[in-house]
Structure formats: C-alpha cells, structure tokens
Ligand binder design. Sequence first.
Ligand SMILES: [Zn+2]
Length: 102
Amino acid sequence: MAVEREKFYECEVKRKRVRATGGYEPFWKVKLIAEALVDNDTEFRCKDCGGAVKLFRRHTEGAPPPHIEHKLKSDSEYCLSGMYFLKATDGRESRMSQTPVR
Ligand SMILES: [Zn+2]
C-alpha cells in the first residue's frame, strides 16, 4: 500500500520588488508549484505556516505533478493544511512554523 504523503501544489516563492523609496525588497508570493518551476524560482516555503518545504519536481509518467511537502514533521503537525494536523483528533489549534523561512 502506498504511504500517504502530503502534496501541496501551491507554495510561496520569494520574489523581489521595487521599493517605493528605491532599491529592491523581498516579498513572498503565492504561486502554483508548476508555475514556480517554469519561472525558475529557487526559494520556497509553505504558504500556510511559512515552514520549510521539500520540492518534488518529478516529470516521470504516472508520478504526481510537481508538488511540495513539509520538511519538518513538527510543521506538518500544526500547519493549517498539514497532513498530521488534519489527522489530529485532539482539537489542537494550528500555528505558524516555529522555524519559518524568511
Ligand atoms: Zn505548512
């Protein structure tokens, strides 16, 4: 039986924008993973908890489309869209990652 895995098809990617006062400032933008790959984005994080994610960019036939998973189980346990959080039955509340990507 296949092991159940997290699959998110949206993430936040780090982009730069022009600051009103001049120069650039980084900001996080929600994007589809597939789109981020086309755009060659290199920095990703979970859009719900800001936690670190692992990127899966497989293009093999039959494999799921490019997606991300939480790197840390502790993020998944308390992330709004985390697999472990959604499965938890103790009525816990979601929270942001303890070690967010900035
Ligand atoms: Zn998350």
